[in-house]
Write a protein that binds this ligand. Structure first.
Ligand SMILES: Nc1ncnc2c1ncn2[C@@H]1O[C@H](COP(=O)(O)OP(=O)(O)OP(=O)(O)O)[C@@H](O)[C@H]1O
Ligand SMILES: [Mg+2]
Length: 249
């Protein structure tokens, strides 16, 4: 079976001498002239789950995009497993492919993540980009389809799926890459009670097998269930009793 099931075959992420897998130091990011991320220091150890909380517009999704290498800081640094992630280092195709394999991103809006003709093609895309054999690609597609209970959707065009089905397919695409770090942007938004409880179970499972999770959410009950610590962004002043850091103040 695919390794996400099995703690024994867990791929160990490289930790640095500080023990962190994600290290942000004085990281600043602006869209055009508008600063959004201001002097962020954040350190996440392998296997930790950090939940980003903060007001609308406080920069949670922006920070996730930086972690996934879709946006680059104008100042400060981001290191993943001790390696600098920047516009310059990401010009190296091998490095950027490695980053996209090691850090998976489940967007809030699944439509911006799905672009292939069928669900099976969609899930196969990432593993194919990793250069895996066709046999391994097919094995991963089958395994995640079973795990996410979407076997019956394999031949469907992603744009014909319901919102909850799209979310499962988007998660399947990320799982099939077996990343070390999972970034989820509002993972429970738009899901019914059954899908919410299923996804909560999956998040806990990812924690159990040692994955590092970074989750942006407004959902306090989800946060309380999975967070090892909270990163409060901007003017957020709630829940001082939970383990937390303030960033982007
Ligand atoms: N592509 C963009 N160009 C210009 N400004 C942007 C862009 N994307 C986001 N912003 C702005 O950056 C700020 C932070 O946005 P971001 O989406 O990171 O916030 P968020 O914390 O995820 O909010 P929410 O809780 O509403 O999802 C907002 O003011 C937003 O308008
Ligand atoms: Mg957001």
């Amino acid at each position: 079976m695919f390794h996400v099931h099995s703690p024994q075959s867990l791929h160990q992420p490289h930790a640095t001498s500080t023990g962190a897998i994600i290290e942000l130091e004085d990281l600043c990011f602006a869209y055009e002239q508008t600063p959004v991320l201001r002097h962020i220091d954040l350190s996440v150890a392998p296997g930790e789950c950090v939940v980003l909380m903060g007001d609308n517009g406080s920069g949670k999704s922006t920070l996730l995009r930086v972690l996934c290498g879709l946006l680059f800081a104008q100042r400060g640094s981001y290191r993943l497993g001790g390696q600098e992630v920047s516009e310059a280092t990401m010009r190296d195709t091998r490095f950027s492919k490695g980053l996209h394999q090691r850090v998976g991103f489940v967007f809030q809006d699944s439509d911006s993540q799905l672009f292939c003709a069928s669900v099976a093609d969609e899930i196969a895309f990432g593993p194919q980009q990793m250069g895996l054999s066709q046999q391994e690609v097919e094995r991963r597609v089958s395994d995640v389809c079973q795990l996410l209970e979407i076997d019956h959707l394999r031949a469907r065009a992603p744009y014909t799926l319901s919102g909850g089905e799209k979310k499962r397919v988007a998660i399947a695409c990320v799982l099939s890459m077996n990343p070390d770090v999972y970034c989820f942007d509002e993972p429970l938004a738009g899901l019914d009670a059954k899908s919410r409880s299923w996804l909560l179970g999956l998040l806990k499972h990812l924690k159990t097998v040692g994955k590092t999770l970074v989750i942006a959410t407004h959902d306090q009950s989800l946060a309380d269930e999975v967070a090892d610590f909270f990163a409060y962004m901007g003017e957020f002043h709630g829940y001082e009793d939970r383990p937390h850091v303030h960033i982007n103040e």
